[in-house]
Write a protein that binds this ligand. Sequence first.
Ligand SMILES: Nc1ncnc2c1ncn2[C@@H]1O[C@H](COP(=O)(O)OP(=O)(O)OP(=O)(O)O)[C@@H](O)[C@H]1O
Ligand SMILES: [Mg+2]
Length: 606
Amino acid sequence: MGTRTIEEDGWRLRKAASLVKLLALAPSHRLHRERVMDLLWPELGLKAASNNLRQALHVARRTLNPDPARASRHLVLPEEQLALGPEEHLWVDVDAFEEAAATARRGREPAAYRVALDLYAGELLPGDLYEEWAEGRRQELRQAFLSLLVELASIHEERGDFRPAVEVLRRAVAEEPTHEEAHVGLMRLYTLSERRGEALSQYERLREALSGKLGAEPDAATRRLREEIATGRLPSAQPPTVGPLPQEAGKHNLPATRSSFVGREREMVEVRRELAMTRLLTLTGTGGCGKTRLTLEVARELVGAYPDGVWLVELAPLSERALVPQALAAALGVQEQPERSLTDTLVDFLRKKKALLVLDNCEHLVDAVARLTDILLNSCPHLRVLATSRETLDVEGELNWLVPSLSVPRLRRPPTVGELEGYESVRLFVERAQYRNPAFSLTPENAQAVAKICKRLDGIPLAIELAAARVGFSVEQIATRLDDSLRLLTAGSRTASPRQRTLRGALDWSYDLLSKPERVLFARLSVFAGGWTLEAAEAVGSGKGIEEEDVLDLVSRLVDKSLVVVGTTAGGVVRYSATLTYKDNNGATIGNPVILTATTQCIVVG
Ligand SMILES: Nc1ncnc2c1ncn2[C@@H]1O[C@H](COP(=O)(O)OP(=O)(O)OP(=O)(O)O)[C@@H](O)[C@H]1O
Ligand SMILES: [Mg+2]
């Protein structure tokens, strides 16, 4: 109920909960009163059942909304019927799953199948296992889930993509060990991939499952297939007729990835699920916690699920609210029209589109983004928006999802290398360190120091990347210096949250380690809010101690130290931007005060 969750034991009357569940599962969320009484009190006479229903209704309404004036709007009684409402604010996961399944079947795109599969939350109402009214739907949904898996596998197989096909069918078999079609699919796929032994073992697994659970044996056709595999009559290693299709066949403007992505498997599933539940999902969290990266990875996976594309609007470089619609228009390729507001033109363009907009880094323009998003969502019924922001947009219907840090080791005893590799923050540190120094590896000697760094940095990916960029030092040195820098910060009277202090500590520390010319150039470059080209860097960065021809080398060193990232625009122009943000949500400055002083000087000088 809004932000309130009603737990299983929050209903004073079990039948009150059953009533709500029953209506949630009913077509159009309504049922005739008599049908409800038949289902919930089959053993009672009309009068007793009617009394019970009245009582259950009363308790259900009050549980859904303790305010008596508003309680009745959730369960209404139109003409001898009972209905759950208000319809426009109701979201039922079962409906979302069935809708997503139908969409997937129409489009036959793996990404759309994955969206639907994510929405299957496991067995329906496991707390109501012995309720007859739930049983039929439970089986129906489970069968739908299994069929989706089998269909997805066959789409992968048609495309010659055997590995994901095998993974999907294994999931089906794990869920339902007697699912013959899934076993047969696996036997065929293993044979095609020259894994005949596994194909034959798969048959044995099917035989055992069928005889153990159902007292049955495999079909004649399955037995024949086994014979063909055993005698080598089913040809193996057929070259796929169609090569694997590129993963991203759909329309989008997402940038190619430039660095490896670590962990976040569970978060990716959760974000996809949440997005299926709402038309506006905002990923929030402190600076550098990985909002943008997680969003981009999810968006990439969803490309095939949106027939009209997935469009990224990068808002970080914008300094003025008025530019928000323009940035969206540029992403969508929409031209401004004379005598019309750009917002109206965008609404017209998107009105019938089934598209996903990814609004990245909204925090500094939150009002303008909220206003535009509200208008678009009101006028374009098939549009969805995935936003990242340090604060919520506060638009009606918005769902927020707080991005957690990467997992960090606990340090009660010295960790082993194997244990540490299980933590995302450690894997990120090692991968980025190896990028700078390919000889770097996690060893029993450095394990503790690496664990300490990741823990001290709270698993914040940006902070970890900054620290890993320093593997020129030994990890023990990094751990000690970082410790000093953070202790200094914690001891001071800063008002920032511990997370911000941590990140700030990492930034301060990284900055302190720059050489003087690197520092001067970095400060001069921070006049460019939206990034810069090499030519611009040379123009603004040179002078007073820095030669024009040294700028490229210095910028490259800042890139090496993770303070600057390189990217390429759609037109192929190389652009740089700083990884640090200088303003917080309220316009107050965060980041390194030294940088800011230097920036101010630079603006005066420059
Ligand atoms: N799971 C991950 N695997 C690898 N790198 C990651 C991961 N998460 C984040 N990063 C990297 O960490 C850095 C910071 O992440 P990101 O830009 O997503 O943070 P953010 O929360 O969007 O920050 P901001 O609040 O400044 O917008 C980036 O370089 C990003 O590529
Ligand atoms: Mg971001």
